[in-house]
Structures are given as C-alpha cells and as structure tokens.
Design a binder for this molecule. Structure first.
Ligand code: GDD
Ligand code: MN
Length: 413
C-alpha cells in the first residue's frame, strides 16, 4: 500500500506548523480508511475527494477567542472524523488577533476559512453572514469558547440526514444541563428569557436560547432577509421567521464552563433580545431600533418630570424656567442613551462629533415637537377627543424624531 496522503495536504504540510502537521497526518490516515470503505484505491479516492464539497459548514462566531480557537478546531476535527466538514470563523475584528490566527490556521488547513468583519459587532449578524457564506447543504452554529460540546455534532448531523430541519443542542432535555457553565443569576435570566420567548414565538421546544444548533441551509436562505442581525438570539429568530413549520429535534449536552476569554453577555444583549421579541410580536412591522427609540423617549418623560420637580424646589425658580430646564435635560439624556444603545452601531465618539450630534438632536426634537403639536391640533379640531389627539401627536412626534435622528444625527457616512 502506498503512503495515504492527499496531494493537497502534502503541499500544505510542508508549510504547516508542527501541531498542524500531526492533524494533517491523521487526516491522511482517515482518507485511507474512507478509500477502503468506498472500495477505491487511495489514488482514485483522492481524485474524487478533491471534488468532494463539504456536507456540513460549522459557523463559529468569534470575538477575542484566540486562546480557544486551536483547541476548538482540534476537538471538532476529532469529533467529526469521516464527515466532510468545513469551518467559517466569523470574527468581528477582535483586538486579540483572532482573525489573523484563524487565517494562519486556514493556510495549513483548507477546511477552515475566516470572514473578518470590520466596524461591526453582533453575534446574530455574524452567524447570519457565516451561514450565508456556506454552500453546504447543512450548517451549524457553535460558540468558539468550548462551552458547547462538539461531541454531539455527529448525532445532530444524523438527525438532519434523517429528515429534521433543525437540531438544537439543548441544555434542557435528558443528558443536557446548564449547570457549571452559568452563574445562578445568569441561569435565572436565561430561564425567564426562554419562557418569554416561547410565549411570544409560540415555539415549543426546550432550549430556544441555545447558541448551538444545526439546520438545513435552505431554511436560513429563505428567511435571511427577515432576520434581525443585532443581539444574541439568532435561533429564536430563525424559528420565528421560518417560512414553514420546522421539524425540530433536540440533543442534550452539558454546557461547559468557559476557561479562557470572557463572556460578551451584558445588559445591552438583554435589551436587544427584548427588542427582538417586540419586533416579532408585531409581525416584524415595528423596527427594533424604533422600539428602543420609543423606550428611551419614555424614559425621557420620567426624567423630565423629575427635573421639573427638582428645579421647582429651588426658591425663585418659575414653572416656565423649570419646564425649560427639564426639556433640555431630558433631550440631553435621551441623546446620550440613544447614542449608547439605540444607535450603538453608529455611535458618535469623541467630544466634537458628540457635541455636533447633540445640537442636531435638539433641532430634530424641535421638528418632532412641531409635528406633534400640529397633528394633535389638527385631529382635535376634527374629533374633539383629548386623549386620541394627544396620543396621535405623541406618535407622530416620535416617528418624526426617529426618522430625522436616523437620517441626520446618527447617519453612517
Ligand atoms: N463575531 C462575533 N461578534 N462573535 C461574538 C460577538 C460579536 O459581537 N459576541 C460574542 N461572540 C462570540 C463569542 O466569541 C463566542 O464564541 C460566542 O459568540 C458566544 O459568546 P459568549 O460571550 O461566550 O456567550 P455566552 O457563553 O454568554 O452565551 C452563549 O451560550 C448560550 C448558551 O448556549 C451564547 O451562544 C448564547 O446565545 C447561548 O444562549
Ligand atoms: Mn460562552
């Protein structure tokens, strides 16, 4: 028998770092096994294998995961022996150099690719773009931090091959557990989010919050334009947006503890999720960004009232003055909260850009106020119902504020 080596791997092996060399040698051995299984000579199989496209694309979103990537690939490779897989690492320009590392690995291992995104952040968006970059019939999403158990990948693939549309790596079915991986607080939040999402999306499988799943690529391709790229909850979004009811299966696993690097879960991620639910409940008609904008506006009302009260407590301050101060304070806090949350992907940074943005925002709010009063007065003339007219004014004012803010204050140029 000849040495079981892929021509391509021979070529790359010469350039590969030592630990990759071992992996390639293993790959070559597997090739020999496969060739035998297909009753071909290795030469024949090698020829065929070169044209063998991947059956499974693993999409790995990363942000600062350079300490985990090599180990991840090693484990995936071991778990998926005999499967034609490829990996797309979608990195949001991590400062720790994850994308350079991924591309280095890719030079020695053609199954690995890296999609480096710049000036963008977002787990869901990264997953969507990774899945859309695949041409394999099956795609899977998995975290890079080794918290997801790669050993259930073959089982998941089996279920897809057997006809499932979507297979979820679940912490809540038999054999699954979230203990260890999450703090008690985080586990409680995750539980609450799951329950809310199940209600809102009318989905009835157990781990809707999972970031570990596999599905037929066709399903994502069909609903991709409806998916919301901000936030963490891509699975819930796919289930809610799918064009036909999905055949969903689950495979349990133990959610492991993160050893290296840090979790990116924070309060903003939670807010994003709330926005996603509202967007889905409204049938996708209300943009997530507007929901945030309106919520921030509501917080502005509270701040306004508090400021008026505080100002009136100062002796000699008239109501007019207190009201004016409150308007300024509320607009200013609204601006900064919107800058931090609603428009964080187009965040204004630095003193001058922020000052300019703030002044623009004042002007925009002025227009919003005019629109508000105009519509309210016009309607009141017709229907003479105070609350309807006032509410219509508020809605009109918010829509105006939102539209103009998106166009002029936080425009991306
Ligand atoms: N490209 C990109 N952009 N990747 C990101 C970003 C981002 O903005 N934020 C996080 N990631 C990557 C991380 O590098 C990691 O590989 C993966 O997404 C998950 O991020 P973590 O920060 O480790 O999330 P977690 O452990 O708190 O939560 C994860 O597991 C849960 C349980 O399955 C997520 O997958 C949750 O969605 C999931 O519910
Ligand atoms: Mn994690």
């Amino acid at each position: 028998m000849q040495a079981p080596v892929l021509r391509f791997s021979e070529f790359t092996r010469a350039r590969a770092p030592a630990d990759d060399r071992d992996r390639l040698l293993q790959a070559a051995k597997r090739l020999a096994v496969l060739a035998e299984a297909f009753q071909l000579t290795e030469k024949e199989f090698e020829k065929k294998a070169q044209h063998l496209a991947a059956e499974l694309t693993l999409v790995i979103p990363t942000f600062n995961e350079s300490a985990n990537l090599r180990e991840l690939i090693r484990r995936v490779d071991a778990a998926l022996a005999g499967v034609a897989w490829e990996m797309i690492v979608v990195d949001d320009n991590s400062p720790d150099g994850t994308s350079a590392l991924a591309k280095g690995i890719a030079q020695a291992d053609p199954r690995v690719r890296c999609l480096r995104r710049v000036n963008r952040r977002g787990l869901a968006g990264a997953c969507i773009e990774g899945m859309l970059a695949s041409s394999a019939p099956v795609v899977a999403v998995m975290d890079a931090d080794l918290q997801h158990d790669e050993r259930i990948l073959p089982q998941m693939l089996e279920k897809v091959r057997a006809g499932a549309d979507l297979v979820v790596g679940s912490r809540h079915v038999e054999g699954g557990s979230a203990e260890g991986g999450f703090s008690a607080r985080r586990a409680a939040i995750s539980d609450l989010a799951t329950r809310m999402a199940k209600k809102a999306l009318r989905a009835d499988f157990s781990d809707l919050m999972s970031g570990f799943f596999m599905l037929r690529r066709e399903i994502v391709e069909d609903c991709a334009p409806d998916l919301v790229p901000s936030g963490f909850k891509i699975l819930a979004d796919i289930v809610a947006s799918a064009k036909q009811p999905l055949k969903i299966k689950e495979v349990g696993y133990m959610f492991r503890e993160r050893i290296a690097g840090e979790s990116k879960f924070d309060i903003k991620v939670g807010l994003d999720f709330l926005g996603l639910l509202l967007n889905k409940v409204s049938g996708g008609r209300i943009p997530v960004r507007f929901i945030f904008f309106a919520l921030v506006g509501l917080s502005g009302v509270v701040i306004h009232l508090m400021t008026v009260n505080a100002a009136l407590a100062v002796p000699g301050v008239s109501f007019m003055l207190a009201q004016s101060i409150a308007v300024l304070v509320a607009m200013t806090t609204n601006f900064y909260i919107n800058n931090a949350i609603t428009y964080r992907d187009a965040k204004l940074k630095g003193f001058w850009p922020q000052l300019r943005g703030l002044l623009y925002f004042y002007v925009v709010c002025g227009f919003g106020a005019v629109a508000n009063v105009g519509v309210a007065a016009w309607l009141y003339n017709i229907d003479h119902v105070v609350w309807i007219s006032a509410l219509a004014g508020v809605v009109m004012g918010s829509v105006w504020n939102f539209t103009l803010s998106s166009l002029f204050v936080w425009r991306k140029d």
